[in-house]
Design a protein around this ligand. Structure first.
Ligand code: SF4
Length: 623
């Protein structure tokens, strides 16, 4: 009997789908009450499953690695922005904790089919896809889709299924070829895709010979207290929607605040984080893109913000590049042509490669070329000067196909720089193997600490501390003061608090761009599930999830030595721009952070912390 029937807990379906591709086996498993009590859902449950079941010492491409797709208790409900899903596994890029997230509708359909998540082990003997149509689940042949790009796969599979109601999550050729920067794309046509981009989750699908998952679900998601939930939303939505951040996102997408981030804060990375100013920015900020290339707005399931912008191509409407992609291929490579950014985004999507990792790795290759470390012969005949659009386009193709120099670059910047050597490691910008995203931590000290300590490597989304450093206060989390962005004091505490809180957003799952006060997230959970949760309990749950991922990383050999930043961010101040003269002063922040978390000087959670969080059963990860 599931928790829904036995405990009368709504919001969840109560069932997890377990698929073993080696054995061609499909099973259903009941969700356990203690698991939702301790880990809620989404990334929390994915953490519990992976940390309990995956041997941290295996290679990421070992069939025993486990790929987990999860929804959360709020997924698909009337709470806005709850269309997202998470996907997690041991990462081939970091060799430790890996996770990625995407919006759209895939997660909602999975839940409506009757499953809170899918746990996939093993490796199929030939390409397959997983077919889920409500209760009907099958492992089907996908040979004819292998080598197709994500758009072709989506359209062809929908043709086979003769039903456009399916949401499809797929990999492109890069994932099939085990490019470590491969992503998973979902809700691709029309006007998508949505991308679970980071930490190489697409390569994990490829290593399992799993081309795609097609899901259709038509069941109702039951909610405990519909009327009160409706009343609560009516009360709080107007003030959330009137916030400046939301307004910018709604009008201009995630690049809506790009000009402020550049001009006021010096946060936008330029030329592989080596410049503080560049005139080309003006052409590619959200407001400019809205005039030149954006053709409309779309939203994930039940989203009033609709930050997802679209562009027109000869093949119809597709998703426009978001801020991270605009900066990765624009400011990082000195390209100020919005049309080219659209093209680069589509090309990366086609092959199924993460745009942040791809843009960053190309930026590193350009710097290698500039410094004479890589020459034309090394680069398949390409003259890789900054801003050379033809060369960038060719390089994306080579990376997507894993050919020539693209084979090395598709491994991500850490491995590529280790192969090339000659001092190029110095300007390979990554943390724990994950390429640094598009916020310069010299502009926000706390972001530096967040990048250094985030479990999946350099991650802007595990806390978004820059918002606090821009002056936002989160009273529910006891963040009362306004913090100076260049100060280090207090940053250990706020980074830890925000990291833990974002684990909760990813466990519920609710979009990080929907600025709902934390107390209301607890209220939503209570009203949806009928099970009371107060904010302090949620915060402790976030801390539990974060610590358990940390323990998994430690078992993978990732620890204090990896809680650091690229040399450029620690030692090389910029000569111009709004964060001129700054470097990240990591050590004092890290010390305060370890103390706040109750970790020892080596960055290990202490026995007392494990006991408090109920994690003693996982102590073997620290041996
Ligand atoms: S704010 Fe953007 S990413 Fe978040 S749910 Fe809405 S459309 Fe999706």
């Amino acid at each position: 009997m599931s928790i829904v029937e036995k405990e009368k807990i709504l919001g969840y379906t109560g069932k997890i789908l377990r698929i073993d591709l080696t054995r061609n086996e499909i099973k259903e498993e009941d969700l356990k009450i203690e698991d939702i009590d301790n880990f809620i859902g989404g990334i929390g449950l994915a953490t519990k499953i992976i940390c309990s079941e995956v041997n941290p010492n295996i290679d990421s491409f070992d069939p025993l690695n486990t790929l987990v797709f999860m929804t959360g208790p709020l997924t698909g409900t009337m709470v806005p922005t709850t269309g997202r899903y998470v996907v997690a596994a041991k990462s081939p890029l970091t060799n430790g904790w890996g996770e990625a997230h995407a919006g759209g509708f895939f997660g909602v359909k999975l839940k409506r089919a009757g499953y809170d998540g899918i746990v996939i082990k093993g490796k199929a003997s030939s390409p397959v896809y997983i077919y889920i149509d409500n209760d009907k689940v099958e492992i089907r042949d996908a040979s004819k889709y292998w080598e197709m790009d994500i758009f072709e796969t989506d359209l062809s599979l929908k043709d086979e299924l003769k039903n456009k109601e399916f949401s499809i999550a797929t990999i492109g050729p890069a994932g099939e070829k085990l490019a470590r920067i491969a992503c998973i794309a979902s809700d691709i046509t029309p006007d998508g895709p949505r991308i679970a981009g980071r930490t190489g989750m697409g390569a994990i699908m490829g290593s399992k010979n799993l081309k795609a998952i097609a899901v259709r679900g038509t069941k109702n998601i039951l909610i405990a207290n519909v009327q009160e939930l409706r009343n609560t939303l009516r009360r709080i939505l107007p003030s959330i929607m009137s916030s400046a951040t939301v307004q910018y996102q709604a009008l201009y997408g995630t690049a809506g605040e790009m000009w402020i981030l550049y001009k006021v804060y010096g946060d936008v990375p330029i030329k592989n984080f080596s410049l503080g100013e560049w005139d080309g920015v003006e052409n590619i900020i959200g407001e400019a893109m809205a005039k030149t290339v954006f053709k409309g707005h779309r939203g994930c399931y039940n989203c009033p913000i609709k930050c997802w912008k679209i562009v027109e191509t000869e093949n119809g409407l597709v998703r426009a590049p978001e801020y991270e992609t605009i900066a990765s291929f624009g400011t990082m490579l000195l390209v100020n042509d919005p049309h080219f950014l659209v093209k680069a985004n589509i090309l990366c999507n086609k092959y199924g490669i993460d745009t942040i990792s791809t843009g960053s790795t190309i930026a590193w290759a350009m710097e290698c070329y500039e410094k004479g470390i890589l020459n034309k012969e090394d680069l398949n005949g390409l003259e890789l000067q900054w801003g050379n659009k033809d060369a960038i386009q060719k390089l994306i193709q080579l990376i997507g196909e894993r050919k020539g120099i693209g084979k090395i670059l598709s491994e991500g910047v850490r491995i590529a720089s280790a192969i090339v050597g000659k001092g190029s490691e110095k300007f390979a910008l990554h943390v724990k193997g994950l390429e640094v995203p598009m916020h310069d931590p010299r502009a926000f000290q706390g972001m530096g600490l967040q990048y250094a300590t985030s479990n999946r490597g350099a991650c802007h989304l595990q806390g978004l501390v820059l918002r606090i450093e821009q002056g936002e206060r989160v009273l529910d989390l006891k963040i009362y003061e306004r913090y100076n962005r260049f100060d280090t004091e207090g940053k250990g505490r706020i980074v830890a608090l925000m990291e833990d809180w974002y684990q909760i957003l990813e466990s519920m799952i609710i979009c990080k761009f929907f600025p709902v006060p934390p107390t209301y997230v607890a209220t939503f959970y209570t009203l949806v599930t009928g099970k009371t949760k107060k904010l302090p309990e949620l915060i402790e749950t976030g801390t539990r999830i974060f610590n358990l991922q940390r323990m998994f990383n430690i078992a993978c050999g990732i620890s204090k030595k990896d809680d650091t930043l690229p040399q450029r961010l620690l030692e090389e101040p910029l000569n111009e721009g709004a964060c001129k003269g700054q470097v990240v002063k990591l050590e004092p922040m890290l010390k305060e952070y370890y103390q706040y978390r109750g970790w020892n000087e080596n960055g290990y959670p202490t026995k007392e912390i494990l006991e408090k969080l109920g994690l003693l059963a996982y102590s073997k990860l620290l041996k």
